[in-house]
Design a binder for this molecule. Structure first.
Ligand code: FAD
Length: 235
């Protein structure tokens, strides 16, 4: 069956897995195969409520993909997703959308800067790099969250370091002391930029508005061209 980004495709929640208290992984199964690029997002409609979600896996050409969704208190769709919705329930999906994409050939160092479920498109990009053994330069993944319990996909990304040469994973906790990085993401990408010789880096920023605006301004102040700063804002 053919589809376009204008067509709603029927599907269901194939599985729902609690990966942290407030962030769950939803595996979506569609009636037909779905093609997309790593970093793109889909619109999901459940009981008449439509919201956008970054695809968190790279399964293009198959009929399933994964989403990482955080519960927002009082939110229309997430209240359903973290309440009444169960495996097998129906949904509709439309897409893919978005220009939050890797370059055709990865010849620059890449900075993936995110907070919370802003990790999702980077998980898809890393999945693609591993599956297709894509040649690349250094990749810095700076992921901010509150506490150790909120560290999404921590073991999984540490494991990816074995397959992705030059992947530097910097999880940063803002509300708990631990033996890793603490505070906000900003001081950590600044530190990396100041202490490494970088290869014409491209910055990818994903998550909620405040973090993205602050990061973008900081990078501009550090002299980087906004053409090399790609943003995906979760409004
Ligand atoms: C391109 C894109 C990709 C995205 N990808 C992801 C992703 O991968 N993962 C993810 O978790 N999210 C993602 N989002 C965010 C997602 O689309 C939704 O915005 C989010 O899930 C909240 O939807 P909701 O219906 O639960 O909340 P909404 O009902 O839209 O409410 C949003 C916020 O407003 C508050 N609110 C709502 N009504 C009121 C009211 N009457 N008074 C006061 N406050 C109120 C809610 O408490 C909530 O905090 C993405 C967004 C975009 C644009």
């Amino acid at each position: 069956m053919s589809y376009s980004p204008k067509t709603w495709i029927k599907g269901n929640f194939k599985s729902i897995e609690k990966i942290t208290k407030l962030t769950w992984k939803f595996v979506i199964e569609l009636e037909n195969t779905f093609n997309y690029k790593a970093g793109q997002f889909v619109n999901i409609k459940v009981n008449g409520v439509t919201r956008s979600y970054s695809i968190a896996s790279y399964d293009s050409g198959k009929n399933t993909f994964e989403l990482l969704i955080v519960k927002l208190e009082g939110g229309a769709l997430t209240t359903m997703l973290f309440g009444s919705i169960k495996e097998g329930d129906e949904l509709e999906a439309k897409g893919p959308y978005g220009h939050f994409l890797l370059p055709e050939k990865i010849e620059n160092d890449l900075f993936f800067i995110c907070t919370g479920t802003g990790l999702a498109p980077f998980r898809s990009m890393l999945d693609l790099i591993i599956q297709q053994n894509l040649s690349h330069q250094k990749i810095y993944l700076i992921f901010g969250t509150r506490t150790k319990d909120d560290l999404l996909c921590y073991d999984e990304i540490n494991k990816m370091k074995k397959s992705v040469d030059g992947l530097n994973y910097v999880p940063v906790l803002s509300r708990e002391e631990w033996d890793g990085a603490t505070g906000y993401v900003h001081k950590h990408y600044k530190q990396i930029i100041e202490s490494n010789k970088l290869k014409d880096p491209i910055f990818y920023l994903c998550g909620w508005r405040d973090m993205i605006i602050e990061s973008r301004n900081n990078l501009k102040d550090m002299g980087y061209d906004t053409k090399k700063i790609v943003c995906e804002i979760y409004d």
